[in-house]
Design a binder for this molecule. Structure first.
Ligand code: CAA
Length: 395
């Protein structure tokens, strides 16, 4: 187990030796194994099976899950450090890792029964299987409580029917945590969570989502047509689904913030290098104020994002498995880091100019990948709403 107390050190923030080691291991792996293939997978849109398998072997697919359930038994700081490094090499790998760790494993770890942990958590946390999470529907995104999919209890099973969209990792998933209405008249209190298996009858994949970025992370619609879900695969009680979905998203948003930071850092590092090499009008372009001020703003926003992410990670760690919420910290980290990511990727393209627009360099990929971090797991508008409601005492 690592300690993260050492991080509360003000401006001279220093990682503990254990956290440094985890970051270095993730960095070495990401730079040696992922970075060289990132462009190829972005181009083809194929799911990077081999590197994801290796990430499982390294413990990156269930970082915070105790070893008895197949995970690495580390803390949230370890998770955000590793996820930043993986995403710095390739954001699509970051998405797959984040969904597996936060949206699937965390939900079962926190709300699952012992039997559910054995059956669903162990294989996914150890990286032998892939997990996914499905809340969104074609007509229900930000206003998640308005979903139309239905689950009706018939004896020992629930009959699941409905269409879900934008499900990250769905085409490769062995298990999907899905949310459906069991009592449509009860609004958000009528939503229930289920652990489903795509191999079972009644499940099918819908259209693949054609995406601007994170193209190597497979995303599609999914359909349930009289899918029989045994009662023992219900996660939590009937009607508890919305709160489970939201609590899981609190964890997920910290992951997306770390992913966004990784993209921002990659865009920044490429820009510093280019600004120190490229010449115009007899000078390195970094010597022009128009470029150097961009670099200064990128660096400052990156470090501010990092602090918000570490704050959120520590808040989640303090909450452990209790009902204590870290919603505010998670939303602030996600909001600021994702907008930083887009800002840095935008600056990076501008600094590289023609080369930033070219597929010969990864900068245009950072630009395409950064955008999703302002959208999924709650848009920037939703994060602002959550933060404002908290501050106004309206939650
Ligand atoms: N933790 C625990 N409970 C929570 C909670 C949280 N973070 N947030 C809300 N709740 C509870 C509230 O306390 C309330 O409980 P009571 O009924 O007991 O009072 C209940 O849930 C309803 O809360 P609200 O009234 O605030 O609900 P709302 O309908 O106004 O919605 C919202 C709130 C924040 C806008 C929410 O709908 C939301 O987060 N929307 C965005 C959804 C989202 O992020 N979707 C992305 C899906 S995943 C994805 O992106 C794809 C992928 O695969 C990566």
């Amino acid at each position: 187990m690592t300690t993260s107390e050492t991080l509360h050190q003000g401006p001279n923030l220093k990682l503990s030796p254990e956290h440094e080691m985890i970051r270095q291991a993730a960095r070495d792996f990401a730079q040696n194994e992922i970075a060289p293939v990132a462009a190829e997978f972005d181009e083809s849109g194929a799911f990077p099976v081999e590197t994801i398998q290796k990430m499982g072997e390294m413990g990156f697919m269930g970082i915070e899950v105790p070893e008895e359930f197949g995970g690495a038994g580390l803390d949230t700081m370890s998770y955000v450090l590793a996820l930043e490094e993986i995403s710095r090499a390739d954001a699509a790998h970051g998405t797959i890792m984040s969904v597996n760790n936060s949206l699937f494993c965390y939900g079962i770890l926190r709300f699952g029964t012992q039997a559910q942990k054995e059956k669903f958590l162990k294989p996914v946390a150890s990286g032998e299987a892939v997990g996914a999470y499905s809340l969104t529907e074609p007509m229900s995104g930000s206003d998640a409580a308005t979903m139309r999919s239905r689950a009706t209890r018939e004896g020992d099973v629930y009959m699941l029917n409905g269409r879900k969209s934008w499900v990250s990792s769905a085409p490769k998933a062995d298990f999907i945590l899905v949310f459906l209405m069991t009592d449509p008249d009860a609004g958000h209190k009528g939503i229930t969570a289920f652990l489903t298996e795509p191999g079972e009858p009644g499940f099918s994949l819908g259209k693949p989502e054609p995406k601007l970025g994170i193209r190597a992370s497979a995303t599609s619609e999914i359909l349930y047509e009289n899918y029989r879900c045994p009662v023992e695969n219900r996660l939590g009680d009937e009607g508890e689904g919305f709160k489970i979905a939201m609590a899981v998203l609190d964890a997920g948003r910290i992951g997306i913030a770390a992913q966004a930071l990784g993209i921002a850092v990659a865009a920044y590092e490429a820009s510093v290098e280019y600004a120190g090499e490229r010449e115009a009008f007899g000078r390195k372009i970094g010597q022009f104020q128009g470029i150097s001020f961009k670099l200064a703003d990128m660096k400052t926003r990156i470090e501010a994002s990092r602090l918000l992410i570490y704050q959120a990670a520590l808040a989640k760690q303090r909450a452990k498995d209790s009902d204590e919420r870290y919603t505010l910290e998670a939303s602030m980290a996600k909001l600021f880091a994702s907008e930083t990511s887009m800002f840095c990727a935008h600056c990076a393209v501008q600094i590289h100019a023609g080369m930033g627009y070219s597929k010969e360099l990864p900068v245009e990929r950072y630009f395409r990948d950064a955008k999703i971090t302002e959208i999924y797991e709650g848009t920037s508008e939703i994060q602002r709403m959550v933060i404002a409601r908290h501050e106004l005492g309206l939650r």
